[in-house]
Write a protein that binds this ligand. Structure first.
Ligand SMILES: Cc1ncc(COP(=O)(O)O)c(C=O)c1O
Length: 445
C-alpha cells in the first residue's frame, strides 16, 4: 500500500485475495456485529452446539459413567494437550489442557522453583512485569508467601515442600518495567543474578506489546534462571516455537484466540527435560501414576499428566477441541501476516481519519513488538467503547483509558477494519459517547 488515502474499495480488493477468507465460515457470528474482542473471548465455532449435544445426550445421557472410558473422557486433558503442544512448537506428551491459567501458573512456577531449589539454592527471586496481568502477580506473590511460611518455622510449613534453610534469603517477587525485559532480551542489561524464575506474559493484555521469547529465554538461562511464559494473548494469534525458543514452562487460556468457549480450560506446557523432575504442589489424584489404585501415597505420573489435579469439566473441554482444531487447520504464518496487515491498517486509518481527536496509540508500532491487538487511549475511553458496542463494534476497555481492539484474521475482513473505524469516527465526531448511559459500568468491562 502506498501513501495515497485508502478507500473501502481498496480493502474489498484485499479481501478478495485473502487466503484465510474462507475460514470465517467455521465460526457463527451474529449479523450486524464487527467482533474485535477475540483477544478476550473468541466467538463460537460452527458445530459447538452439536458437540455439546453429543456430550450431553449421548456421552452423558446414554453412556453415563461408562463414558469415562468409552468416550475417552479420562484421556481428554492429555489428548487436547498434544494438540496444544502441536500448535505451540512443543513435543508430543509435554502439555495438558486443564484448570485455569492462574492455577496452572501456580503449579508451573512452584515446580520451577523446586528445580531451582535443587540446582541453584541461592536463587530465590521471581521476576515478572509490573504491567503483567494482575492475576499472575497475585499468584506469584501468594506462592512466595507460602514458601516463606516454611522458612519461619511455623506450623503452616508445607510438608510437601522443601523448607528454605534458616537464615537463607526469603522468596520474593520483583516487578520490573517492560524496558528492563526488553534490555535483557537485547543484551544491554544482564538478567539479575538472584533470579530463580522469570515469569513473563508474551503479549501484554493492555498494551498489546510482544516480548522476545527466544532472546529473553537465552538471557535467563545464561544467568541460571528458568522461564514461565503466559501465552494467553499469543497462543493462536502468532507463531510460537516453545522448544526452539528455549522456554521452560508455558501456560495460557483456550478461550481467547483459540476459541474454546467461555471459561474453557487452560493449558500447561513443560519442556521435556523438566517434565519428570519434580511434582507440582497441587498433587491431586488425576496426577497420580495410578489414580484408581486409590493408594494413600502420592506417586506422580511419569509424564506431563502429573500436572493434572482433579476431575475436569468434560462438556467445556469437549467443546474446546473445536477451536483447537480450527487453529491447527489454519496456516499460522498467514494468520500472523494478516493480523499485522490488519493492525497496520487500523492504525493508519485512525491516523488518517481521526487525527483531530485525542487518541493516543498505546501499542508499539514495530511488528516485532506487536501482538494481534491495537490499544488506543482516549480520556473518555470507557464511554467511547460502550457507544461502539451499542453500534455493533465490539471491543473492550481496560483501565486506565484504554480501548482494546483485537484483530483475529480467522473471521475478520479488511473491510471490517474500515467499517469499525467509520463507526469510531461517527462516535467521536458526533460525541455519541457523551451520555450517562455509556458511563454506567457493569461488573465486567
Ligand atoms: C495474560 C493473562 N494471564 C492470566 C489470565 C487469567 O486467566 P484465568 O482467569 O483463566 O486464570 C488472563 C485472563 O484474561 C490473562 O489475560
Amino acid at each position: 500500500m502506498n501513501n495515497t488515502p485508502l478507500t473501502r474499495a481498496d480493502l474489498l480488493a484485499l479481501d478478495a485475495a485473502d487466503p484465510l477468507a474462507g475460514v470465517r465460515n467455521t465460526f457463527e457470528l451474529p449479523a450486524g456485529v464487527i467482533y474485535l474482542d477475540g483477544n478476550s473471548l473468541g466467538p463460537k465455532p460452527a458445530g459447538a452446539l452439536e458437540v455439546a449435544r453429543r456430550v450431553i445426550e449421548g456421552e452423558w445421557g446414554t453412556g453415563l459413567i461408562r463414558s469415562w472410558n468409552d468416550a475417552g473422557w479420562f484421556e481428554l486433558p492429555a489428548r487436547l494437550g498434544d494438540k496444544v503442544a502441536g500448535l505451540l512448537g512443543g513435543a508430543e506428551g509435554t502439555a495438558v489442557v486443564t484448570d485455569t491459567t492462574s492455577v496452572n501458573l501456580f503449579k508451573t512456577a512452584a515446580a520451577a522453583l523446586r528445580i531451582q531449589a535443587s540446582d541453584h539454592p541461592d536463587k530465590r527471586t521471581i521476576y515478572t512485569q509490573r504491567e503483567n496481568f494482575p492475576s499472575d502477580i497475585y499468584i506469584l506473590t501468594g506462592l512466595a508467601e507460602q514458601l516463606n511460611q516454611g522458612r519461619a518455622g511455623g506450623a503452616a510449613e508445607l510438608d510437601t515442600w522443601e523448607s528454605v534453610p534458616a537464615g537463607a534469603a526469603p522468596y520474593r517477587v520483583e516487578l520490573v518495567d517492560d524496558a528492563e525485559v526488553v534490555a535483557w532480551g537485547d543484551g544491554s542489561r544482564p538478567v539479575p543474578e538472584d533470579a530463580a524464575l522469570i515469569v513473563l506474559t508474551h503479549v501484554n493484555y493492555r498494551t498489546g506489546r510482544l516480548f522476545p521469547m527466544a532472546e529473553v529465554s537465552r538471557a535467563a538461562h545464561a544467568a541460571g534462571a528458568l522461564t514461565v511464559w503466559d501465552l494467553c494473548h499469543s497462543a493462536g494469534a502468532l507463531p510460537i516455537a516453545l522448544r526452539a525458543d528455549g522456554a521452560d514452562f508455558a501456560v495460557g487460556c483456550t478461550y481467547k484466540y483459540l476459541n474454546g468457549g467461555p471459561g474453557s480450560p487452560a493449558f500447561l506446557w513443560v519442556a521435556p527435560e523438566h517434565v519428570d523432575r519434580f511434582s507440582q504442589p497441587l498433587s491431586g489424584w488425576w496426577g497420580h501414576t495410578a489414580p484408581f489404585a486409590m493408594s494413600p501415597e502420592y506417586a506422580p505420573a511419569d509424564d506431563v499428566r502429573r500436572y493434572l489435579t482433579g476431575t475436569q469439566g468434560m462438556l467445556s473441554m469437549s467443546v474446546a477441541e473445536l477451536g483447537l482444531d480450527i487453529a491447527a487447520g489454519a496456516d499460522i504464518a498467514a494468520v500472523r501476516a494478516k493480523s499485522l496487515a490488519m493492525t497496520d491498517l487500523f492504525i493508519r486509518l485512525v491516523r488518517e481519519r481521526l487525527a483531530e481527536h485525542p487518541l493516543t496509540l498505546v501499542t508499539p508500532e514495530e511488528h516485532a513488538e506487536r501482538g494481534a491487538q491495537v490499544s488506543i487511549a482516549h480520556p473518555e475511553g470507557f464511554a467511547v467503547m460502550q457507544a461502539l458496542i451499542a453500534r455493533g463494534v465490539i471491543g473492550d476497555y481496560r483501565e486506565p483509558e484504554v480501548l482494546r481492539f483485537g484483530f483475529t484474521p480467522l473471521y475478520l475482513s479488511y473491510a471490517d477494519v474500515w467499517d469499525a473505524v467509520e463507526v469510531l469516527r461517527e462516535v467521536l465526531d458526533d460525541k455519541l459517547w457523551d451520555t450517562p448511559e455509556y458511563r454506567r459500568r457493569g461488573a465486567v468491562t
